[in-house]
Design a binder for this molecule. Structure first.
Ligand code: HEC
Ligand code: HEC
Length: 263
């Protein structure tokens, strides 16, 4: 009897430690990570090429072809983008593939893929800005970009990015994606696309007719026009500066995160 009791006691203690972890892991995954990995690495049938062919095995994306980092991105944000591509709410005008790829995925597969990329713990590396400069890209000043990320540009109506995207753009809540550590070419392209969308449509949701007539380089899939309202006041220089800062921004920093330093 004594032995039984002590075994049960041990079990109780063990489950006390194990259960909360298991429960929170189950709560977090919005899909089947294993199935997501299979599609990510191998594609599916003739219609879905392997995601890693363009987004890299580690999910880091690639400046040379303009693909974004997907690693560790908020899963619900990834799911939303895949749905938006499938419904032509958003257009891939970089490689013109994402819309067809998303249309060939079921919602379950989108969930599985979102769950998988969220588990990729690739370190935040960001773009090689010196290389991009050598290649002739317009690259801004990260020091000036840090000011915009933290304080905005109040003189021309730009709010601080961190008020929605969190410190160093590391993401916040379910709605605000990580933009820190994102690739420079992609960041610049998306900010320009939101600005194009804002100039033509303001912050409203587009009607079916407007969606049909929308240009490829106009991004208008942001809920309630939140990002268009920000991007409409960004100058070309602001975009280059803030993208240069964000690509290098780490989700955590030792020391005083408020003292700006040249990168
Ligand atoms: C042929 C290259 C290619 C392949 C293959 C590809 N992608 Fe993409 N993907 C892109 C490009 C380019 C973009 C950027 C589109 C833009 O905004 O112009 C993108 C954007 C995305 C985004 C938006 C990310 C964000 O931060 O908003 C998601 C999500 C995504 N891809 C998921 C996937 C998944 C999942 C697969 C595999 C099923 C996949 N991609 C396969 C090229 C590719
Ligand atoms: C009022 C809140 C808000 C503020 C302030 C804000 N954003 Fe956003 N941002 C959003 C939302 C919401 C989205 C997601 C849109 C969607 O669902 O497609 C987004 C998306 C983005 C994206 C696209 C991410 C991707 O992976 O495709 C970039 C880049 C971005 N924001 C950069 C910025 C920058 C730079 C600033 C500061 C100048 C900023 N944001 C300020 C709300 C905000």
């Amino acid at each position: 009897m004594k032995r039984v009791i002590s075994t049960m006691g041990l079990l109780a203690i063990a489950s006390w430690f194990v259960m909360p972890v298991a429960a929170s892991a189950a709560e977090k995954a919005i899909g089947d990570v294993v199935n997501g990995r299979i599609i990510y690495q191998n594609g599916k049938g003739d219609d879905v090429p392997a995601c890693q062919g363009c987004h890299q095995a580690d999910g880091l994306g690639n400046d040379e072809v303009g693909t974004p980092r997907l690693a560790y991105q908020i899963d619900s944000y990834i799911l939303k983008q895949l749905k938006d591509f499938a419904e032509d709410q958003r257009t891939d005008d970089t490689m013109y593939q994402m819309n067809d790829i998303a249309k060939a995925l079921t919602e379950k597969e989108m969930r599985d893929l979102a769950a998988y990329v969220h588990t990729l713990k690739t370190p935040y590396i960001g773009s090689n800005l010196d290389q991009l400069r050598r290649d002739g890209a317009d690259v801004g000043d990260p020091y000036k970009g840090k000011m915009i990320a933290e304080y905005g540009a109040p003189d021309h109506g730009v709010p601080a990015c961190q008020s929605c995207h969190g410190f160093h753009g590391r993401s916040a809540g379910r709605m605000y994606p990580a933009v820190g550590g994102q690739n420079y070419v992609y960041l610049k392209h998306e900010l320009e696309s939101f600005r194009n969308g804002a100039h033509k449509y303001g912050s409203k949701t587009l009607s079916d007719e407007e969606l049909k007539n929308k240009e490829d380089n106009e991004r208008t899939n942001d809920y309630m026009g939140q990002m268009r309202a920000v991007a409409k006041n960004l100058t070309d220089e602001d975009i280059q500066n803030v993208a240069a800062f964000l690509t290098l921004a780490k989700p955590t920093t030792p020391g005083n995160p408020r003292s700006p330093s040249r990168q």
